[in-house]
Every structure is written in C-alpha cells, then in structure tokens.
Design a protein around this ligand. Structure first.
Ligand SMILES: [Zn+2]
Length: 291
C-alpha cells in the first residue's frame, strides 16, 4: 500500500475517533431516554429497560400527584425523552402539558390489560397491585421495543426475569396474609382498592371524601359508626396527607395510626417491589402479625 493511502486511512480512523469521542463522554450518551410520571412506574421501566435506558421521574419526591403542577424545569428535563409513561384516569393529567410543550415526546398510559375498578370514575391507583404491575411491565416492554427494536432481546429477557420476581412477591404476600384475624382496612386516602382486591381485604371506608379534600363532619360520623361496627383497630394514613386530621380522628376512636406509602416517599433508594413489601409488612403488623 502506498504511503499516501496509508496516511489517508490513518487520518480517516483518527477523525472518526475524534468525532465519536465527545458524544461518548456525555452523561447518558447512547442511552434511550424515557420518563414516567411517578416513581413506581419509573422503577418498573428501569427493571425492564436495564442499564441501556435512562429513566426520569417527573413527580418530585413527596409531592402530591393529584395537585401537582408542571414547572418549566420539569419540562426542560424531558427534552430528548422519547416517551413519558403515565397512569391516566385524571391521576396525572398534568402530563398533558408535556405533550403540548414538547410535541415530539409521546405520552402513553400503562393501563393496558388491567381490570380497572370503576365506581363513578375509574380508580387510578392501579399500580398498587403486583398483578397489575405485571401488565404495566408488559406494556412498557412493548413500547421500549417499538422505540428501540435493536435491543428487543434485552428488554424481553429483563421482562421475563422481572415477571417471575413479581410472581414470587405476589405468592409471598398471599402467605404473609394467611391467618390474619380480620381483613378490613380503614384508609385515609382511597388508594388501596386494587391491593385489597388482590388479597381479599375489604376497604370499609376512607377519611378523604375526595382526592385532597378534608372530611366533612357527616363523613366522620359515618366512619366512626363503621369503626365500631367492624371493630376496626387501625387507620392507614400516608406521607402526603395532613397528619393532624388522621391523628385526631384516630385518638377519638382509639385507633392506632400506621403509614402506607403509595409513591415511595419513605423509601431510601429502593425499588417498586421494596415499596410494596414495606406496605405489606405494615398491613401485617397492623393486624397483629409481625413478619
Ligand atoms: Zn390518590
């Protein structure tokens, strides 16, 4: 080979290295960037997406999703994101603002295949069920493959192993709840009907009349009747609700207050499954069973 063409090849190789190097050094470069409105869904996306997917959680830790409003910063963070996974059903309607500001970002609900609980409206808290999480993971997997078909096998493999983890946890919960003296739940926020349905619990009432609303005296009177009738001993509160209302209601009726966490505020670096296990442990403890 002539010296000149050798030099030319060397130059081509060198220039392609130089061309590639800066992009390779950027944080998250080469990763598929996606988002989810809340932590539990974001974690499911991480489990299915694996190391090649960068996942952003839109709702800040500790914020109440029912009353959250998008900030310019939360929108800016989502530039370059291909998709935002959302709950829908009026739960995280603020996600629509992302689609308006960033028309290239797809917004997709993850409720496909889930048997939704309907009263006057659809109960949106469907991620609080391990069997529903399996559907969420499947929906996420199909959409990741649609966006990045080259990694189809990776996503499918991650999905398979995650589904078996979810199955194991579901089985573990069934065993944990075996032999509980009662299966009645009194909750502050009406978010636990899917969980109750999965494991044969009955939600006998909730303090909030509607999302974020303080209870009326009439509502409290009805609840105290139900507490006596069903011999309820525990009230399940949550990190995002006003503590004083829960505490004074519980004191009046001699109830112990326990805290369930639907969104992961109390979790230090754990996963969706860690969160669900934590909640299941709280329910067991409140019913007098230490696990
Ligand atoms: Zn809610």
């Amino acid at each position: 080979m002539a010296a000149r063409s050798k030099r030319r090849i060397f130059f081509l190789v060198l220039s392609s290295i130089l061309f590639l190097a800066p992009t390779g050094l950027e944080a998250g470069a080469g990763k598929l960037k996606v988002a989810a409105t809340i932590f539990p869904v974001a974690d499911i996306v991480k489990q299915v997406g694996g190391a090649g997917v960068q996942v952003i959680t839109v709702l800040p830790r500790g914020a109440n999703p029912h009353v959250f409003e998008l900030t310019p910063k939360s929108v800016k963070d989502l530039e370059q994101a291909k998709i935002v996974f959302a709950i829908g059903h009026r739960f995280d309607d603020w996600v629509k603002g992302i689609g308006e500001s960033l028309p290239d970002v797809r917004v997709m609900m993850v409720d496909q295949g889930i048997p939704l609980i309907k009263t006057d409206t659809v109960d949106p808290h469907y991620w609080l069920s391990i069997s529903n999480a399996k559907h969420i993971a499947q929906t996420v997997c199909s959409l990741l493959i649609e966006l990045d078909s080259q990694n189809q096998e990776v996503y499918q493999r991650n999905l398979e192993s995650y589904l078996s983890k979810l199955d194991e946890t579901d089985q573990m919960f069934k065993e944990m709840f075996e032999g509980l003296p009662t299966r009645k739940l009194l909750t502050y926020h009406d978010g636990w009907r899917y969980f109750a349905r999965d494991y044969g619990f009955e939600v006998i009432g909730n303090i909030e009349s509607s999302e974020g609303a303080e209870p009326t005296p009439r509502k409290l009177a009805e609840l105290s009747k139900a507490v006596k009738q069903f011999q309820i001993k525990a009230l399940f509160s949550e990190p995002e609700v006003p503590k004083d209302i829960a505490r004074s209601f519980a004191e009046d009726l001699g109830l112990n207050v326990y805290e369930l966490d639907p969104l992961g505020k109390t979790l230090e670096g754990g996963t969706y499954l860690d969160l669900m296990i934590k909640n299941a442990n709280v329910i067991c403890k409140a019913h007098g069973k230490d696990v």
